[in-house]
Design a protein. Sequence first.
Length: 356
Amino acid sequence: MRKLKIALFSTPWEAVPPIKYGGTELVVYNLAEGLHKNGHLVTVFATGDSKTSAKLEYIHAKAGYRSDISWDDKYFSLLHASYAFAKIQRGGFDLVHNHYGAWGAAFAKLLDKPFVSTYHGDLTHSRKRAGFEFLKKLFQNTPMISISHSQARNTPFKINWVGNVYNGIDISKFDFNDKPKDYFVWMGRFTSDKGAVESILAAKQAGVRLIMAGKIDKFVPADVEYFNKKVRPLIDGDQIKYIGEISHLQKVKLLKNARGLIDAIKWNEPFGLVIIEAMVCGTPVIANGFGSVPEVVADQETGFICGSQKDIVKAIKNIDQIRRHKCRERVEKYFTAEKMTEDYERAYYKILKHKV
């Protein structure tokens, strides 16, 4: 197969890779590194504080969230997108891969080159937002690649799905540990759908320690209120401990030493990187069976898929039944950065061949 000149359009909110929390930007980083290693000419449109082996283009020197720019500042995104797509139109690219939702899809019709989107959120949730009909029209007119079969199945309108590619991680950056310490972990963004409160209550009922690490989004008042009113009162600093938003190295240390990850989600999460990040360290996952969870977790082999709070408590007590090497093996088989890159390459060639 011929080598391609590819534009990867990332967000302006977190660097590639993110210094702390940022799933989309981590996926873009791993994909860019993989495509570059495989000989493609890759340009990443991100922020100036990004680090990549590919070519980097940017208009904003620093990631917006880390510069205290609010999500409500639409001009920040507009400048990022308009700069990027002006460069893309003149850049002689074979294909453009959009990772920034509507901001990328809105410019697709202005390009005279193949274009595909990966949406890293839940389009079912989007129907609650203003502008849903606009979003719907945008994505109905562009080829898209899902990150789980659940994401494609649960999308509330017809989309031109051209493939499914699971997210992948660089497993060389995660340590396997078969002798964990005596605590469980919860990790993510503090929003009600992520099930932080339910995870705490399950840990309390099971009588185990829970260490929590994650992001409280200062620009989302509902998330701040959720943490302050619902989560914070349950944190005692002993059995339930919160250590803040953490770096990659801190994340690896926390995950590999945990007996298990409790992920009591309440929404159809399209993937959930923290699940494979835990498993690659050998840490079993206890999660409600929403969204992509049944595709990622092998029930009773790499963790437990639950249907109730009672099930979560039971799973916590049975966590030592899981052989930790099985968790690592599942990620090595299905969720590596190399496999993700190869699957995206196949999708790209399909798009170029059939002009879907």
